[in-house]
Write a protein that binds this ligand. Structure first.
Ligand SMILES: O=C(O)c1ccc[n+]([C@@H]2O[C@H](COP(=O)([O-])O)[C@@H](O)[C@H]2O)c1
Ligand SMILES: Cc1cc2nc[nH]c2cc1C
Length: 340
């Protein structure tokens, strides 16, 4: 007789999220001590100092690097898009993938500006996940496998990982996830996405309300919320955040959709996002309140609402400058400048 396999496909993920490594406090302290010596009034570089210390702590290196920043964009298609919740047709997701490959999207130009690598991942675009108002998006096995895909996808030598996504309809999915995790009202979590207004916005709010009502008896476990109300790009992003932590790679989150994926991990373990920075706050209505809930203060606030990793990629400039100052500035003693 074969032993019965009674385990759930989520067991390994629960284990990984329960055993996330902490920061290297020695490296953080050494970095902060260096900041005190650099040729500037104490604290005068503001959050740039905290960013350099954050990278020190999570890379485990008092002299952190941003030599190989990578932007990873995960793309997926969503059955709920068929309900008319986005001004754009679902076909745009594949068309934008071709645009990324051709180097002609906004994120390509931002990555080129900062010498960042860009990798785009197609998550079964020809097979939309079922409509979340009447079905779970994923079964347990598929959700766990997609998270594992996200973990594998980011392997390979980057020292800063920026996460992005592409998926028509996925601001509806992100709103449903947040409504499922945090309650409140559907209206509170829904915004314009790519530009929903009038009847499109009304359908979006109704879809988020219906999805959470349909799954209401199964929302106490964050991984169940993810598999029922999420989508493939969101599951892969959650996996990538976990893997980066285990590989000592600090993470930069993009907008509302990426942050919703991160929120699932935060609900499982409140310290799960300690290695993450919020690259920006997007103009999507509920992004700011979601960041507040997660205790994340965005690096940029430029009214962007594009997705595709663009806000996270843009913040690489700030993070690179923070690290350049940390590594390259002289100390007062080296520069022969009098201390105050
Ligand atoms: O993440 C955000 O803050 C964000 C805000 C507005 C739009 N988006 C992008 O727009 C797409 C989803 O919008 P929608 O209206 O189709 O749900 C998807 O490709 C996202 O990358 C993303
Ligand atoms: C054109 C377009 C580009 C995008 N990039 C990310 N999401 C997007 C949605 C649309 C519609």
């Amino acid at each position: 007789m074969f032993p019965q396999d009674t385990g759930s496909p989520f067991d390994d993920i629960r284990q990984l999220v329960a055993t996330l490594p902490g920061p290297n406090e020695g490296a953080r302290e050494a970095a902060l001590a260096r900041q005190e010596q650099l040729v500037k009034p104490p604290g005068a570089l503001g959050r740039l100092e905290a960013i350099a210390a954050h990278l020190s702590a999570w890379q485990g290196n008092s002299m952190p690097t941003v030599n190989r920043p990578m932007v990873a964009v995960f793309a997926a298609t969503h059955g709920v898009a068929e309900l008319g919740v986005s001004p754009y047709p679902g076909a745009v997701t594949k068309q934008m993938m071709a645009t990324f490959t051709a180097g002609k999207a906004a994120v390509n130009q931002i990555c080129a500006t900062f010498d960042a690598g860009l990798r785009v991942f197609d998550l079964a675009l020809d097979y939309p996940t079922p409509d979340i108002t009447t079905n779970a998006a994923l079964d347990e096995k598929a959700c766990a496998a997609t998270m594992a895909f996200g973990m594998e996808a980011i392997a390979g030598g980057s020292d800063l990982l920026c996460l992005g996504e592409m998926g028509i309809g996925n601001t509806t999915v992100a709103a449903a996830l947040c409504h499922g995790l945090y309650g409140g009202t559907a209206e509170e979590w829904v915004g314009a996405g790519t530009g929903a207004a009038g009847e499109v916005l009304d359908r979006k709010i109704a879809a988020v309300r219906a999805a959470v009502a349909f799954h209401k008896d199964h929302l106490s476990d964050p991984l169940e919320v993810l598999r029922r109300l999420g989508g493939r790009e969101i599951a892969a992003i959650a996996g990538a955040i976990i893997a980066a932590r285990h590989e000592k790679v600090p993470v930069v989150l993009d907008g509302y959709v990426v942050t919703a994926a991160a929120a699932v991990l935060h609900a499982m373990n409140p310290s799960a996002l300690d290695h993450c920075l919020a690259g920006h706050v997007s103009a999507e209505k509920a992004h700011r309140q979601l960041l507040d809930r997660l205790g994340l203060v965005p690096l940029l606030d430029l009214g962007m609402r594009l997705g595709e990793g663009s806000g996270a990629a843009l913040s690489i400039g700030v993070v690179k400058a923070a690290v350049a100052c940390h590594r390259g500035m002289a100390t007062f003693a080296e520069a022969g400048v009098s201390e105050g």
